[in-house]
Design a protein around this ligand. Structure first.
Ligand SMILES: NC(=O)c1ccc[n+]([C@@H]2O[C@H](COP(=O)([O-])OP(=O)(O)OC[C@H]3O[C@@H](n4cnc5c(N)ncnc54)[C@H](OP(=O)(O)O)[C@@H]3O)[C@@H](O)[C@H]2O)c1
Length: 267
C-alpha cells in the first residue's frame, strides 16, 4: 500500500486506520494524521502508533493517498495550502453531502477524487460504503480504494447520482434499524417481558436474522415465508404490519432521508 495521510483524525479516520492495521495491509509507519485544534490526532497516534504530522506540509510530504475525514462544515475553512499540497495525489473523501464538484474545487490538482458514503458500523469493520470517482480509476488506485474501504466493511461503486438514495438506505439505515430494535424491545416490555430480557431478545434477533440473510444470500421474503405457517403466530403478526402499511412507512422514511441529503448536497 502507498503511504496514506488522514486530514481529520476522529471516529471515521480511527475506524479506517484500525481496520487497515488489523488486516495488516499497512504498517503504522505508512500512515500519518493531522487533526484540527483538539486532541483527536494525538489520541489516534497514541492508540495506533501512526505518525502525528506537525503541519499540512509535513503530513503530505511523502503521502500518495489523502483521506479527507473531518466534518463536512470544515471544508470551507481548511488550510488553503491543501489545494496545492494535494497536487498529483489521490484524494478520498468520507464527507457526507460534499459532491465531487465541490471536492474538486477544494482539491483542484488532485490526480483523482473519490467520494465515499460509509455508515457507523464501519467502527467495528461491518460498514457499508458506497463510492464514486471523479474520473475512472486506474487499476492501482482502484486496488487502493477497495483495500481501504474493505478495511471497514463492504463497498459498492455507484454513480454519483445515486449517492443520496444510498444515503437513505445504508447511510441512515443503522438509525432506522436501531429505532426498529428499540420498538421491538418496547413491544416485548408491553407484552410482559422485563426490559433487559426484551433488549437482549431484540438485539440478538436482529443480529441472527441479519447474519442468516448475509451468510445464506437468501432473499428476506423467502426466509420470512419459511417461518410463516398459514394462520400461525408469525402470520398473525405480519398481518398487522401489512394492515399498518409497514412497507409504505419504510419507503417514506428512506425518501425523506434522500430528499434531505439532496438539499444538503446543494447547500
Ligand atoms: N462517524 C461515522 O460513522 C460516519 C459515517 C459516514 C460519514 N462520516 C463522515 O466522516 C467525517 C468525519 O466524521 P467523524 O465522525 O469521524 O467526526 P469526528 O470524530 O468529530 O472527527 C472530526 C475530525 O476532524 C478534525 N478537524 C476539525 N477541524 C479541522 C480542520 N479545520 N482541518 C482538519 N481537521 C479538522 C477534528 O480534529 P480535532 O479533534 O483536533 O478538532 C477531528 O479529528 C464527516 O465528514 C462525516 O460526514 C462519518
Amino acid at each position: 500500500m502507498p503511504k496514506i495521510a488522514f486530514i481529520g483524525a476522529g471516529n471515521m479516520a480511527a475506524a479506517i486506520v484500525t481496520g487497515l492495521l488489523a488486516q495488516k495491509v499497512c504498517m503504522p509507519a505508512d500512515l500519518s494524521c493531522l487533526g484540527g485544534s483538539g486532541a483527536s490526532a494525538q489520541r489516534l497516534t497514541a492508540h495506533t502508533g501512526i505518525r502525528l504530522a506537525a503541519s499540512s506540509q509535513d503530513l503530505l510530504a511523502d503521502a500518495e493517498i489523502v483521506v479527507i475525514a473531518f466534518k463536512p462544515q470544515h471544508l470551507a475553512t481548511i488550510d488553503p495550502s491543501l489545494a496545492t499540497l494535494t497536487a498529483g495525489k489521490l484524494v478520498i473523501s468520507v464527507l457526507a453531502a460534499k459532491t465531487l464538484a465541490r471536492l474538486s474545487a477544494a482539491f483542484p490538482a488532485a490526480r483523482n477524487i473519490v467520494r465515499t458514503m460509509p455508515n457507523t458500523p464501519s467502527a467495528i469493520g461491518a460498514g457499508m460504503t458506497g463510492w464514486c470517482s471523479l474520473s475512472p480509476l486506474d487499476s492501482a488506485d482502484r486496488a487502493t480504494v477497495l483495500t481501504l474501504l474493505r478495511a471497514i466493511g463492504r463497498e459498492v461503486e455507484i454513480p454519483e447520482s445515486q449517492i443520496e438514495a444510498l444515503m437513505g438506505v445504508s447511510g441512515c439505515g443503522p438509525a432506522f434499524v436501531f429505532e426498529f430494535t428499540a420498538a421491538l424491545r418496547e413491544a416485548g416490555v408491553a407484552a410482559g417481558l422485563d426490559r433487559d430480557t426484551a433488549q437482549m431478545l431484540a438485539v440478538q434477533t436482529l443480529l441472527g436474522s441479519s447474519r442468516l440473510m448475509a451468510e445464506t444470500g437468501t432473499e428476506p421474503e423467502t426466509l420470512r415465508n419459511q417461518v410463516t405457517s398459514p394462520n400461525g403466530t408469525t402470520f398473525a403478526g405480519l398481518k398487522r404490519l401489512e394492515a399498518h402499511h409497514f412497507r409504505a412507512i419504510i419507503a417514506e422514511t428512506v425518501q425523506a432521508a434522500k430528499t434531505r441529503a439532496e438539499e444538503l448536497a446543494q447547500g
